[in-house]
Design a binder for this molecule. Structure first.
Ligand code: FAD
Length: 164
């Protein structure tokens, strides 16, 4: 028998969603010269013409308000060397440590990210307890490196499958 939505256990839902493996990004923005970052894996490319991307931010995250105010953000796609940055910007490391930001298209970015996309806020949609922010792409920057992955609650790295 199919379960009603409200009967589905939160843990079960989170575990199932965690089975969908992703890269890891840090969303950065700037409000009156103060820099903010937040780890996010709910990111996707949406449209090629015009170039649009989407991120989904929980209503309780401070970044939610920061983006509403700044109306711009950068998406920093992390490399395997940036596990600590992911933990830092997810609030899993404790005290705010000193992170050095570079600047690109007037936004703070993480210089070692394997790719960075800067955006102006295009539109936003409240969906349940999250808001989907659509960004109009203003800049793209790429570096060498392998992506940091997140799957089933753990950080992982790419492994190429052997050819048959
Ligand atoms: P805070 O809790 O204030 O900031 C987060 C952390 O970043 C704090 O430790 C803070 O000290 C640090 N920080 C902020 N700015 C700076 C700075 N300038 N210099 C140094 N440190 C700084 N949540 C979502 O809503 N959507 C997602 O897609 C999402 N994906 C996630 C994916 C992963 C792999 C993980 C681990 C978490 C994810 N989260 C996601 C949860 C989210 O990262 C946390 O809830 C986060 O703590 C919310 O941040 P905040 O905006 O409330 O700000």
């Amino acid at each position: 028998m199919q379960q009603e939505n409200h009967e589905i256990d939160d843990r079960l839902f989170r575990n199932a969603m965690g089975s969908f493996s992703t890269g890891v990004t840090v969303i950065t923005t700037k409000v009156t010269e103060e820099i903010y970052g937040m780890t996010a894996n709910a990111f996707m490319s949406v449209s090629l013409n015009p170039k649009l991307v989407a991120i989904s931010i929980g209503e309780n995250a401070k970044m939610h308000q920061h983006i509403k105010v700044s109306k711009q953000f950068a998406i920093n796609m992390l490399s395997t060397n940036q596990q600590n940055e992911s933990k830092q910007f997810a609030g899993q490391i404790g005290a705010k440590s000193n992170i050095t930001f570079a600047s690109f298209k007037s936004l703070p970015i993480l210089e070692d990210a394997i790719a960075v996309v800067t955006c102006e806020l295009h539109s936003e949609y409240i969906v349940g307890d999250h808001t989907i922010f659509i960004g109009k792409v203003t800049g793209v920057k790429m570096n060498q490196g392998d992506p940091l992955l997140f799957s089933q609650g753990k950080y992982r790295e790419l492994k190429e499958l052997e050819r048959e």
